[in-house]
Ligand binder design. Structure first.
Ligand code: NAD
Length: 299
């Protein structure tokens, strides 16, 4: 490639830069105005009646609550967990509510296991998953130098790598039908914080969501939505023993949150909008005692 540096090229370069800057400023103004309106006029929730919702880590605290909430909203659930007995327990609760649940014992860190079980789900149920909730997660809870290498690897594999395998397994069909929703359960600890393996992995999960949302936007895939959920610490046992140094009494929001309060988060997942990152991203607590922080900008 021959790079020619002439006054004409410098002028052209400056013009392109100014045009880019102008477009960015217009974009920013547009998003600020639009999202200001949405603070007052909240986006509608979309009906999920009849959707096929796959939840990873469904045997755990939040996974179980998601399964029950999606069932209440009329969806059929597919439950994935590495722990079959807790997964079966979730299925039992769903069935007691009159819902339909299928269970699969899957290690989401093992891509072959993920792809094989994705095919199995398709074969068993005769249809495609339309909502994927990437919820499985682990934490080592050790300081950087005390954390055994295997635990660091496990955290990265479950909280981050697995997102790629499940999305690769289910996104193609969602795109083909121009219908679907991918939910990433990250954490507020992916936005700031102090638990080295966990924060790094959840920061990666936030980045994964952002790049996926942008890719779908760039490809103009309008029917496949994405949502990032960043829960605050919930009393599922995952963070047992974890101490919060400063408990702020801000509408009683910033302390451990009861599992009973998590239910409302499913409502955010079913907003009929895509959550999109922006330079103005901030997370917000969705009311007193709400454990959920979500991107506040929607497309
Ligand atoms: N509890 C909290 O305070 C909190 C806060 C912020 C974010 N989160 C996130 O929410 C999600 C759910 O958390 P939770 O509190 O319900 O945790 P949990 O420990 O109760 O449940 C996690 C589930 O994931 C499953 N799992 C772990 N490794 C797996 C693997 N390799 N393959 C398949 N399943 C696997 C576990 O068996 C378990 O059932 C996690 O991603 C977590 O990081 C939790």
């Amino acid at each position: 490639i021959l790079i020619i540096s002439s006054p004409l090229h410098t002028k052209l370069g400056n013009m392109i830069f100014l045009m880019d800057l102008q477009m960015m400023i217009l974009d920013v103004i547009y998003f600020i105005l639009r999202n200001s309106v949405r603070i007052v006029m909240r986006p509608r929730t979309k009906p999920i009646d009849g959707e096929l919702v796959l939840i990873t880590g469904a045997g755990g605290g939040l996974g179980r609550l998601f399964a029950q909430e999606f069932t209440k909203q009329g969806a059929e659930v597919v439950l994935w967990d590495i722990n079959s007995s807790s997964n079966e327990q979730t299925a039992k609760l769903v069935r007691e509510m009159g819902g339909k649940a299928s269970t699969y014992t899957v290690d989401v860190t093992n891509k072959e296991d993920v792809y094989r079980n994705a095919d199995l789900v398709r074969k068993d149920l005769g249809r495609d998953v339309t909502i994927l909730v990437n919820n499985a997660g682990v934490v080592a809870g050790e300081r950087m130098l005390d954390c055994p290498d295997e635990m660091v690897e496990r955290t990265m594999k479950v909280n981050c790598h697995a997102l790629f395998w499940t999305v690769k397994a289910f996104l193609p069909q969602m795109k083909a039908q121009d219908h679907g929703h991918i939910v990433t359960i990250a954490s507020v600890l992916g936005l700031f914080s102090t638990a080295c393996d966990y924060c790094a992995s959840k920061f990666a999960a936030v980045g994964f969501h952002e790049s996926l949302a942008h890719e779908l936007l760039a490809e103009q895939v309008e029917g496949v939505k994405t949502t990032l959920v960043c829960p605050y610490i919930v009393d599922t046992g995952m963070f047992e023993g974890c101490k919060i140094r400063y408990v702020l009494h801000l509408n009683a929001c910033i302390s451990f949150v009861s599992q009973n309060n998590i239910v409302g988060c499913s409502r955010f997942i079913i907003f009929s909008t895509t959550s999109v990152p922006s330079p103005f991203r901030h997370f917000k607590l969705t009311g007193a005692n709400s454990p959920i922080a979500v991107h506040s900008l929607f497309l």
